[in-house]
Design a protein around this ligand. Structure first.
Ligand code: SAM
Length: 181
């Protein structure tokens, strides 16, 4: 009997979680999908080895989920890390992990479209294509000279790619790097 209750409880949790995802998607229009761990080496090798970006540089993740890219950046020595996220569940999970890791990453429940992006040296983006046209216009106005924009999966409209790295040959997944001049 206990097993049936367990299965029922599990399904209720799954339904609640899926319902939550649908509600967030209705408002945000971008589903949550974490940057795969396999991409981290490519991203941070480029940041540190190619661009020689200092560990004190300001990095922001636009739509940071629970902050996995930021925690990885901190693990690799970066100190000035901010993430904006609209989904409360991912943010709370991120804050919990932050306490657990004794992290100094800043996770903020804010719409990145309403934030000043001119203060960041590195801007990381992993979003669906529908979010990019408006963000591209904002970055054209705000991204500072010398800033590095990194985007996983698709090109940033109206920007010229500085470096195109194939992250997964089979799935044709690219990481695009843009240095603002
Ligand atoms: C594909 S996930 C990427 C998560 C994380 N950056 C990573 O790479 O692991 C995109 C996230 O962006 C968030 N998001 C979408 N639009 C946003 C906005 N305008 N402001 C803040 N967060 C947003 C979504 O809630 C979602 O969690």
């Amino acid at each position: 009997m206990l097993v049936y209750y367990g299965i029922f409880f599990f399904f209720v949790l799954v339904v609640i979680f899926l319902g939550y995802q649908m509600i967030v998607y209705y408002f945000v229009r971008v589903p949550y999908l974490g940057t795969p761990k396999e991409r981290f080496a490519l991203i941070f090798d480029y940041i540190f080895k190619q661009e020689k970006i200092k560990k004190s540089a300001k990095l922001v993740d636009l739509g940071c989920g629970y902050g996995r890219v930021l925690f990885e950046a901190e693990h690799r020595g970066m100190k000035n890390l901010t993430g904006f996220e609209l989904s409360p569940l991912y943010l709370w999970w991120g804050k919990l992990l932050s306490c657990f890791y004794q992290s100094r990453v800043r996770l903020e429940r804010k719409n990145f479209m309403q934030e000043d992006l001119s203060v960041y040296d590195v801007i990381y983006i992993f979003l669906t294509s529908n979010a990019l046209p408006a963000l591209s216009v904002k970055l054209k106005k705000e991204a500072k000279k010398g800033a590095l924009i990194i985007i996983l999966g698709q090109k940033l409209p109206n920007f010229s790619v500085t470096k195109d790295v194939v992250a997964n040959v089979k799935k044709n997944i690219h990481l695009y790097f843009y240095k603002i001049s």
